[in-house]
Design a protein around this ligand. Structure first.
Ligand code: GTP
Ligand code: MG
Length: 208
């Protein structure tokens, strides 16, 4: 899919204040520092559309980005589980995330980002479990794939699937990406294009 235009729109702390649109939207979530904002910049091929940082806890609000003049939207969410943030701020961020995820009707898929180098983390598994309980459509995206060789990546993904299959009958869609090498970009954008077409009758472009 071709991204011809990508623009920052607005940042909000509440789903009810998010832009009044009826276009599909795709949100990116995961632990602080997992690479959400970097992935958004990679997908849109913009260097600094979403603000990235080496220090965790950079993104604190629901950030909307308009893709192709309102055809669809990307949403950058704050990271969950950043211990150094203090209980009050963590509680506030959890509230923002839950409010958005449960109330934003146009959210077509939530991409849950997981660092491909790590063993399955309790906090991610619990979040995924919560998505299941609330029937939220989601997919898993392994990030920072450039930090692993292809065999190591494959075995990490396989190990993760095994853990998921302990509680799930079916696996969600799974992607592996690198914001440095652009690995996984076409596959992820094709998936978004497929959902746009399926649920919103947005025609696929035929350039790629
Ligand atoms: P918060 O907004 O704080 O929750 O973090 P985030 O998930 O948006 O992470 P961000 O995109 O800011 O990236 C965090 C750090 O990881 C930065 O130093 C990035 O350069 C690095 N990073 C992100 N993606 C990749 C990747 O694919 N490969 C490598 N090697 N580094 C990455
Ligand atoms: Mg961020």
């Amino acid at each position: 899919m071709n991204i011809i235009k990508a623009e920052y729109v607005v940042s909000n702390a509440k789903a009810s204040q998010c832009p009044d649109t009826d276009a599909p939207e795709y949100a990116f979530i995961g632990r602080s520092n997992v690479g959400k904002s970097s992935l958004i910049n990679m997908l849109t091929r913009r260097k600094a559309l979403a603000k990235t940082s080496q220090t965790p806890g950079k993104t604190l609000l629901i950030n909307h980005f308009n893709i192709n003049n309102g055809e669809w939207f990307i949403v950058d969410l704050p990271g969950y589980g950043y211990a150094a943030r203090g209980k009050k701020q963590r509680g506030e961020i959890d509230r923002i995330i839950k409010d958005y995820v449960l109330n934003r009707a146009q959210m077509t898929c939530l991409f849950v980002l997981v660092d491909s180098r790590h063993e399955p983390q309790k906090i991610d598994l619990e979040f995924i479990q919560w998505l299941g309980e609330n029937a939220v459509p989601f997919a898993i995206v392994f990030t920072k794939a450039d930090k692993l060789g292809s065999n190591a990546l494959e075995s990490k993904v396989e190990a993760y699937k095994k853990v998921l299959l302990d509680t799930w009958e079916e696996l969600p869609p799974i992607f592996a990406t690198s914001s440095q090498t652009y690995a996984g970009r076409d596959t992820l954008l094709s998936y978004i294009e497929e959902l746009n077409k399926l649920y919103y009758q947005i025609p696929a472009d035929n350039d790629e």
